[in-house]
Design a protein around this ligand. Sequence first.
Ligand SMILES: Nc1ncnc2c1ncn2[C@@H]1O[C@H](COP(=O)(O)OP(=O)(O)OP(=O)(O)O)[C@@H](O)[C@H]1O
Ligand SMILES: [Mg+2]
Length: 257
Amino acid sequence: MKIAVTGKGGVGKTTLTALLARAFVDRGYKVLAIDADPSPCLGQALGFPPEALARLQPIARMEALIYERTGAQPGTIGGYFKLNPRVDDLPDQFSLEDGGVRLLELGAVEMGGAGCICPESAVLRSLVTHLLLRRDEVVLLDLYAGVEHLGRATADAVDAMLIVVEPTRRSLGTAAQIKSLAQDLKLTRLFLVGSKVQSQDDRRLIEDGPPALPVLGFLPLDEAVRLADLEGRAAYDLSPALRQAAVDLIQALPPVR
Ligand SMILES: Nc1ncnc2c1ncn2[C@@H]1O[C@H](COP(=O)(O)OP(=O)(O)OP(=O)(O)O)[C@@H](O)[C@H]1O
Ligand SMILES: [Mg+2]
């Protein structure tokens, strides 16, 4: 199962990704969680130890590696470099495992779109495609916003794209924009996940609104998310309500094609 998580800034994408990761582990799956945010924080949301996270380097910042794999200096544009560099050994070498979740940080470079051709993006795009197509495990991709940076190959390989929305018109508006971009990429398996939901009215707003997408489920507004952040722990370990919500979301997912 390959799942991409997207949505407006601050709606709860990282919180959702971390909860799903732990819920999949509890159901016996191997999980790879990919942080595609330029300022990574999925590791924190997963409650990974800060010392370990400090040692983890985002792939895009590994200049020597990018040079070795593509034959071009990072930061350069134009010139010759390999568009399909070897990446299959990278996930195990450059990820961190804790509590059954393997975490990989991509770093600050845009991944796709025909307009983006630089050595860093060649490595990242190959890596994400490799992970989505070839790895026999649950892959969760925490995207920072939108889907513009998803290439066609990546979009094709995703089993479900979750658009996280708060019960606000603004976040639903962003979801509608993401829906139309996703459709340009021919990505169809789109679902809304309501986040920070407090009432039946909140649920209804999300279910009724544009963007008119199926709602996979809801995460309640829960103080545990903030407390977990302060304590450097995973919200999954602090809140039975969030744990249950994550399990319900997993059960609502469509079967893998
Ligand atoms: N279910 C929830 N209950 C309460 N607070 C939440 C919940 N989900 C997220 N938050 C809070 O909302 C803020 C943003 O959460 P998070 O980092 O998960 O969002 P994001 O969409 O990944 O943000 P960004 O766009 O910056 O990556 C955080 O302060 C977090 O504590
Ligand atoms: Mg985030």
